[in-house]
Structure formats: C-alpha cells, structure tokens
Ligand binder design. Structure first.
Ligand code: BGC
Length: 521
C-alpha cells in the first residue's frame, strides 16, 4: 500500500482512518464540555421567574410582578439588575476566551478544558451558597470564565480529533451537550421551584457543580489532539496517537500534512495581527458573522426567558416552566437530526432550511401575540387554544434553530480556520457569540417592553439577512479534511480574489507534494 492517502475526484485528499471506538470515546467526553454552557443557559431563566428568588435578591421586580399582574404584561420583568445577573456571565466568558486562545495554542486544547471545568465549579458553589446579590454576580463571572475556556477549546478539539468524514456529526456532540444541559436545567427548575420553603433556587444554581465535575474529570483522561501535539514539537507522540485515533497503521499522509501546517503556523509571530492579513479575510468574516447571526436568530430570547415569556403571555409559573421543558426537549431531539444529516446533506442546506423554518414561525408568533396583546399589553382572558398555537410555533422555531444555526454556529468556524490562526480565530468566534448573547440577554426584557410583539419581527428580519449571507458567501465544507480547507475559498466566486492560488495552505500543499504516495482517483 502506498504511503498515506489519495486524492479524490473533487481534488482533496482522502486520509485513511475509521470511526474508532477510541475516537468516539474521546469525542463524547470532550463534547460534554457543552453541558456547563447549556446548564447555565437553561437555569437562569427558570430561576429568575421563581418568586422566592426574586423576593430575596430583586425585591423591586418581585413587587412589580405582584402589583402589576393585571396591567402592562410586556414590562413586568424590565429590571437592569435582574438582566445583569443573567448577562454578567457572558462578558466574563468573552474576556476569558481571549486568554484561552493562548493557553489552547501553547499548552494544548485539553488544559483549557480543565481550566474551564475548575472555574465553573467554583462559580457554581458560590452561587449555590449566595447570600447577597454580589455573591450571585461574582459566581456568574466565574461561571463565565469557565465557559469562555470550554467554548474556545472544545469545538477545536472535536474538529481536530474527528476523521474528516464524520467531523460534522462528532462536532455537533458539543451542541447536543449544550441542549441536554439546557433541558436538564429546565427539568430541575421545574421540580426545585416546588420545594416548600422556597430555597429550590439554591439547588438549581449549585447543581451546576455536576456538569463542571464531568468536564473537569473528563479533561484529565483525554489525550491532546495530534495537531496540537505537533504544534508543540511532540512529533513522535503525535504520530502514535494519530495511529490509535484513526485505527490504521499508515497515517503518514495526514501526519505529514499536519506537520506542514504546523511549520507554517510556527512561522507566525503574532496570530492576532496575522488574522488581519488579506488571505484570512474569508476566515475573519466568518469568525465574526456566524456567531453574530447565530445570536440574531433570537434563540436566546426563548432559551433564557421562555418561562418569563410564557408567563407574560398568560401562563402560570408552573405551566411556564413546563412549556420551557417542552421547548427544551424539542431542542435536543432536533439536534439529533442535525447529527444524522450534517455530513450527508451538508451545512448550506441545513442553514437555509432552518432559516426558512424560523422565519415562518417568527411571523406567526408575532401575529399571535400582537393580535391578543395589542400594543398596550393587556390580553384579557387567554383561551387555551391560543397558548397551544404559540407554544407549537415556538417549538417549530426551536427545531429549525437546533438543526441549523445552533450546531453550525460552532461547527463551521472550528473547521474552516487553518492551524496558524485557528486558536485566535476561534476566540473571536466565542467572543462575538458572547457579546451578542450578552447584548440580547441585557436588552431583551427592555425590547419586549418597547417593541412588544414587533420584537419577533426584528429577529425575523435578521433571519432573512443571514440566510442570504449564507447562500452567497458560505462555501460547502462537508467532507473536506480540515487541513485542506483552503481549496473551498480558492474555488469560491467571491473569496478566491482574497485567497489566491499558492497563497493559502502552502504548507499542506508542500506536505502533499513531498509525499509520493498520492494518486488520483
Ligand atoms: C448557542 C446558544 C443557545 C443554544 C441553544 C447554542 O449554539 O450558542 O446561545 O442558547 O445554542 O440550544
């Protein structure tokens, strides 16, 4: 057998390798890093609608809720400190993902995951035992640091570990854990809210220790990725590891390409400045636009505030938490669809289909809420069928997100960056995601108060823009080895002018030409 891989019809190298139990195990463990992020997303909305929690930490919101039960429903939760509680975490995550970039690059993806788990553990404990608002906020900041590290390293880890043919599915394990984390948090909120004595929120917040321990212990047993080992000069270990991961003896082609990519990456002194070079324009654009658009789908309005939102449209606290559990289950189930289809149907198809689905639902929900609440926010008696229609369309919307922008918002950036900018560019993706998660968490309640049902139309507008953006600018990345991604830009009608032949991915091409074993099929 000749050394290495062979070039397939569409011009990229097909490296040998299977989906070994070992790679499956490492990817499942690493993907659990998403649990901490998801748990947190799911827990905040439920906790902030528990009366005992509000009475203790946000008495003014509590009073307003009690007094104004029959007046303007759009504005009852509008409080800056309450939203600061939810959103402080995202600012912290933003800052730490920038620090994580250096740790991930210099010391490996695994160490960043470990830091993430430990910081998150500390934050969960402080929150569970909180006595004052400041303890809540400090706890949330630590959780945010944890999330910054985990979200920076886990998607990269998965994309580097996975055999390229299964990269989409394995990477979406991360999003699957996010959605499981959200769902578990919502179910727990539902039960903890019922605890007599009103201290259930302590269990909800403190419960974050469990996913934190999973990723902390998980990162201790995981190996680092061969890409990262090579980048740190550990060539022999990397080759042995690559054989074990791929389950084949002959990994020389992939190994050579990784070494070549690493050489190129070593020649870069400042990965941040490097990102501004013309040839990285497509990557930088995607690193910024994909997370920006992901948040502008409006998904987190549902994720953070589903109980609050359902409460606003006339459900009792109990029914609201229950409906949030329903949307949470849809979120998990639809992510499985994406795991199944992403490497078959491709990324672009899912983006466009999901976008269309979300758009239709947003229009229907806006019309329903507008028709019942009008502009003054006084609904009168709400019939049951009405609530069912709203929840159904919200579920279809969540499904649309969960098989498109949800997973792809993490997958696509992590697979398109060449090694020399990978860690820095991924930090940009995480930071942009966090800034816009923060902005939306911070202004949503205010926007609901002022834009009323028009809020859903606001997000619908962005869904149209992002779908057009994907259609025009995002090339298909399905089934292309990660170190060979350069070709998708070179053959793109627009990006090819930035990424000229020979200018991008030189190193990998050199690696390939030095390998006599390649043959065309
Ligand atoms: C997003 C989160 C969102 C979650 C919902 C993730 O991909 O980054 O902001 O809350 O999906 O499942």
């Amino acid at each position: 057998m000749p050394a290495g891989g062979f070039v397939v019809g569409d011009g990229h190298t097909a490296y040998p390798g299977k989906l070994t139990p070992y790679v499956l195990f490492t990817c499942v463990v690493a993907a659990m890093g998403g649990l901490i992020f998801g748990y947190d997303i799911g827990i905040s909305g439920g906790v902030t609608s528990m009366p005992s929690f509000l009475r203790r930490f946000f008495p003014s919101v509590y009073r307003k809720q009690q007094e104004e039960a029959t007046t303007n429903q759009y504005c009852q939760y509008d409080s800056v400190t309450l939203t600061l509680f939810t959103s402080s975490l995202y600012l912290a995550a933003l800052i730490s993902s920038l620090v994580a970039s250096t740790v991930t690059r210099r010391f490996g993806r695994r160490l960043s995951m470990l830091f993430g788990g430990i910081l998150f553990c500390a934050g969960a404990l402080i929150n569970g035992f909180a006595k004052h608002v400041w303890m809540l906020i400090v706890g949330r900041i630590l959780l945010g640091f944890g999330i910054g590290f985990a979200n920076q390293s886990v998607p990269l880890y998965l994309s580097e570990m996975a055999p390229y043919k299964y990269r989409g599915s394995l990477n979406i394990g991360f999003q699957l854990s996010i959605t499981i984390g959200i769902l578990v948090a919502e179910v727990l909120n539902y039960f903890f809210a019922k605890i007599k004595g009103g201290w259930g929120w302590r269990l909800s917040l403190g419960g974050a220790v469990v996913p934190a321990l999973i990723i902390t212990l998980g990162s201790l047993v995981l190996p680092d990725t061969p890409n990262s080992m090579i980048d740190r000069g550990l060539h022999d270990e990397a080759k042995t590891k690559l054989r074990r991961i791929r389950g084949v003896e002959d990994v020389s082609q992939e190994f050579d390409d990784l070494v070549a990519a690493s050489k190129e990456s070593q020649s870069i002194e400042d990965p941040w400045r490097n990102l501004l070079r013309r040839k990285y324009r497509p990557h930088l654009t995607m690193a910024i636009m994909i997370p920006f658009f992901q948040q502008l789908t409006g998904i987190n309005v549902i994720m953070f505030y589903a109980p609050v939102l359902f409460n606003t449209i006339g459900f009792t606290t109990d029914a609201s938490l229950m409906s949030a559990v329903v949307t949470g289950s849809v979120n998990v189930a639809a992510t499985l669809v994406s795991i199944y289809g992403v490497d078959k149907w491709g990324r672009r198809f899912l983006f466009i289909e999901g976008g269309t689905q979300m758009l239709i639902c947003q229009a229907v929900v806006a019309a329903c809420i507008g028709a019942k609440f009008g502009v003054d926010g006084t609904p009168g008696e709400l019939p049951k069928w009405y609530a069912i229609v709203v929840v159904t369309f919200i579920c279809i919307y969540v499904a649309g997100f969960a098989w498109s922008w949800g997973p792809l918002g993490w997958l696509v950036p992590s697979e398109i960056f060449p090694l020399e900018i990978r860690s820095a560019a991924q930090s940009i993706t995480v930071s942009v995601n966090m800034i816009f998660t923060f902005i939306i968490a911070q202004v949503f309640l205010m926007m609901l108060c002022h834009l009323k049902f028009g809020l859903f139309l606001f997000f619908a507008f962005f869904v149209v823009v992002m779908s057009i953006f994907i259609y025009i600018f995002l090339p298909e990345t399905k089934g292309i080895p990660i170190e060979e991604m350069g070709q998708v830009w070179r053959s793109h009608w627009y990006w090819s002018r930035f990424v000229e032949d020979g200018e991008y991915g030189n190193a990998v091409e050199m690696g390939k030409s030095s390998n006599q074993g390649t043959k065309n099929v």
